[in-house]
Design a protein around this ligand. Sequence first.
Ligand code: BG6
Length: 471
Amino acid sequence: MSLQFPKNFLWGGAVAANQCEGAYQEDGKGWSTQDISPQGIAGPITDVPTEDNMKLIGIDFYHRYKEDVKLFAEMGFKTFRTSIAWSRIFPKGDELEPNEKGLQFYDDLFDECLKYGIEPLVTISHYETPLHLSKEYNGWVNRDLVGFYERYVRTLFTRYKGKVKYWLTFNEINSILEAPFMSGGIWTPKEELSKQDLYQACHHEFVASALAVKIGHEIDPDAQIGCMVLSLPTYPITPNPDDVIATMEYNHKNDFFADVHVRGEYPGYMKRYFKENNISIHFEPGDEEILKNTVDFISFSYYVSICQAADLSKYNKGGGNIFAGVPNPYLEASEWGWQIDPKGLRYVLNSFYDRYQKPLFIVENGLGAVDELITNEKGEKTVEDDYRIQYLNDHLVQVGEAIADGVEVMGYTPWGCIDLVSASTAQLKKRYGFIYVDRHDDGSGTLERYRKKSFHWYKEVISTNGGSLKR
Ligand code: BG6
């Protein structure tokens, strides 16, 4: 039996403003946490943006988006996921009035997408808190951020009503546990951040996210608003019940985020964790009610699976997307040490669906790899990225399997559909795209775009609605 994808399946690709737009000081944009992070998530921060920060120019999407959207349309994209840079709309974050030029840029970008029948899928906050909110308020630890975010989302929903139907409130919201600065704009260094403040910041994000759902639905009843979590299938390293329970407890820390978004209340296992760790979350009057504004769908990124054990000292630590675990002896890893597990995607789709029975959207997946630009026999510059085709094919086959299992999947937007700057390492040589961008880690390159072999492959996958995938 061949794989069947729904007729209206949203095939597309994903990027984030800070990793592709560049133009970090244009048209009134303020500085964001990204502008002072030249080495990515784990790296040190600087006082002011430095020239070695690849994100300051990115791939110049801000000026070249028309050319890029045209290429997405050529592949047949039905949707395009991008984020809005908060600091383009509210440069410092706490102003009362938005920056018109910032709003206009996204109007133009969305119009360009719609011209080709491409639905924008918009992340409201993707790892780029306005720097002022981070430095002066300590990011999401501070309750004031809820009000600033509320003003920001109200502005977006009002402005883009009728243009944007699909919204995501916070990118990989659970990543705040490991990357509190990048994810939550928290200025306190990670090693000094108390669990109390960390989880209070999570609470503020939950309230803000639920308010976005409420406001979005009030302004545009057609809006579909989802949460976005970093999915991380986590297997016990052995069948020893101690490893199984340790894995369950580890999973709970991540499950917490979708649980609150979908069920509208805190789960029992977190109440226990808070009690045992002397954490007391401050709820303002009305918060419990606000959290009842639950999401329309769950979106997630999927790159890796990991293993967990009761006694971690017995194992080496593996690599991975922000969270790291024990390496799985049955899996190979990418050049960056991220273990490749296509079946993990079927597993995670089923797990989410069994738990919530809500539509699911895979909004990130892909292989970061070093590509070599060559000239083929037709004289065209391209990349023979069979390794990427293999990776994406194998993952999409598992999406098809999950659909056959009865899981409701809305769409698939592989990460970095055009090469961009990596979030974890700020490298450009870690490429994900179907489109090669001539830009290199030393800042050199013409910024020209070239179609990779995977570009043509993905175009066929879309035009056959998954029929060309190899099982
Ligand atoms: C996710 C982020 O964690 O993974 C993206 O939402 C990021 O912003 C992507 O780019 C891939 O990670 P990296 O570190 O390879 O860029």
